[in-house]
Design a protein around this ligand. Structure first.
Ligand SMILES: Cc1cc2nc3c(=O)[nH]c(=O)nc-3n(C[C@H](O)[C@H](O)[C@H](O)COP(=O)(O)OP(=O)(O)OC[C@H]3O[C@@H](n4cnc5c(N)ncnc54)[C@H](O)[C@@H]3O)c2cc1C
Length: 355
């Protein structure tokens, strides 16, 4: 069936646009619910507006990998951002993993920390991973090249929809309002007018947590929507791989749940242009690649779910966090470039603290 594998959060948070609010968060994914969580700890009253339901976007459709760093290897990140910045990015994503799981406060979010294996798909990638092992170890991170793959023992995996639900459950009554589609923002020196159809809200501050959808509200923001596709199988009785696998510069990834299902995603590199879209339907072309890969991995169970989601890519590959240029009282927490589960909780902390 063409639906995400993950069960949507069971709670319903139906609501309306309030007439007035000190702070409005727009978007009910991992970024928005993390923002609400951090703002509550700072005793800042906030209202979260979500046009569908929480975890409707990429946060309820992803692979649930909790990886350190960005899509590229540490060696590439060092070249792109410099050694110091790359180290900071790896540190903050490691911290994101720990702090986000703590914030779930014992609720079952499917968390396992078995590590991840980065499997090279070419000689070039192999050389970068071997170099990454050396650089990571020099910078104090745990990583091991085992002769065929780079093992990152600290990495983990979760049920991303359950994670969003776990954060949302801790919000105060009435703070989350589903079914509110924000149609425009007018930023002024003393506040922001938020519009949803005929309704209007005078907000002190607005934080945009709508990732790929940011340009739909603020066209000047340079975030590119990119579709990513996945498939999941029925439970496989045997264990097929020992830990989640990430390969071909992040374009291919698969994992097996404790209950046996195999989740596989990626292959966007076979059709880069068609995947630059807001259309969140899976396509036969990419799904055929996923079917072939499932069979090549020796998985016998049938595919039960096929789906797609929309990621938001920035030019730098790093998230956008903080005040938005030219729009007083509007902040952004978005552009996770396919790694929001690994970044958003700590990015949200930084944005909440800057307000
Ligand atoms: C197939 C796939 C696999 C992925 N795998 C991984 C992975 O393994 N690990 C990882 O770290 N990341 C992964 N990602 C990326 C990750 O899912 C995203 O980076 C992350 O979920 C972004 O979270 P978000 O809260 O910023 O955005 P979203 O989850 O997209 O949430 C944005 C929300 O804003 C709402 N919204 C939009 N516009 C409006 C509006 N005008 N008014 C009100 N509400 C609005 C939407 O309905 C949506 O619910 C993957 C993504 C996909 C698609």
């Amino acid at each position: 069936m063409t639906a995400p594998f993950w069960t949507p959060p069971p709670e319903k948070y139906a609501g309306r646009l309030p007439g007035k609010a000190d702070l409005v968060v727009i978007g009910g994914g991992i970024a928005g619910t993390s923002l609400l969580w951090h703002l509550a700890r700072r005793r800042i009253d906030a209202v979260l507006l979500e046009r569908h339901h929480i975890a409707w976007g990429a946060s309820g459709r992803n692979a649930g990998f909790l990886l350190a760093g960005v899509a590229s290897s540490y060696a590439e990140a060092v070249k792109a951002y410099g050694r110091q910045k790359a180290r900071e990015v790896w540190e903050i994503t490691n911290e994101n993993h720990d702090r986000m799981i703590e914030a779930a406060r014992g609720q079952d979010v499917g968390h396992r920390r078995r590590g991840t294996a980065v499997l090279p798909a070419s000689e070039e990638e192999r050389a970068l991973l071997i170099e990454s092992e050396q650089l990571l170890q020099e910078d104090g991170f745990i990583a091991r090249w085992d002769g065929t793959r780079l093992i990152n023992p600290r990495d983990g995996e979760i049920d991303p929809s359950a994670m969003v639900a776990a954060l949302a459950r801790q919000a105060s009554a009435g703070a989350i309002r589903e079914g509110v589609n924000v149609t425009s923002l007018t930023a002024r020196r003393h506040g922001v007018t938020v519009t949803s159809g005929e309704d209007m809200c005078e907000a002190g501050v607005v934080i945009l947590a709508i990732n790929a959808y940011t340009p739909q509200l603020v066209p000047s923001v340079k975030i590119q929507p990119i579709r990513a596709q996945m498939a999941a199988t029925a439970p496989e009785s045997k264990s097929v791989f020992d830990m989640p696998v990430y390969s071909n510069f992040g374009y291919r990834y698969w994992r097996q749940l404790a209950s046996g299902e195999v989740l596989i995603g990626g292959w966007r590199d076979t059709s880069l242009e068609t995947e630059k879209t807001y259309d969140d339907e899976p396509t036969p072309e990419i799904q055929e690649h996923l079917d072939r890969a499932v069979s090549e991995l020796g998985v016998k169970s049938e595919v039960t779910h096929r789906w797609a989601g929309t990621m938001g890519f920035t030019e730098s590959g790093l998230p956008m966090a903080g005040p938005l240029d030219g729009m007083p009282n509007v902040y952004i927490c978005a552009g996770f470039t396919g790694h929001g589960m690994g970044f958003a909780f700590m990015t949200a902390k930084g944005v909440a603290e800057s307000i």
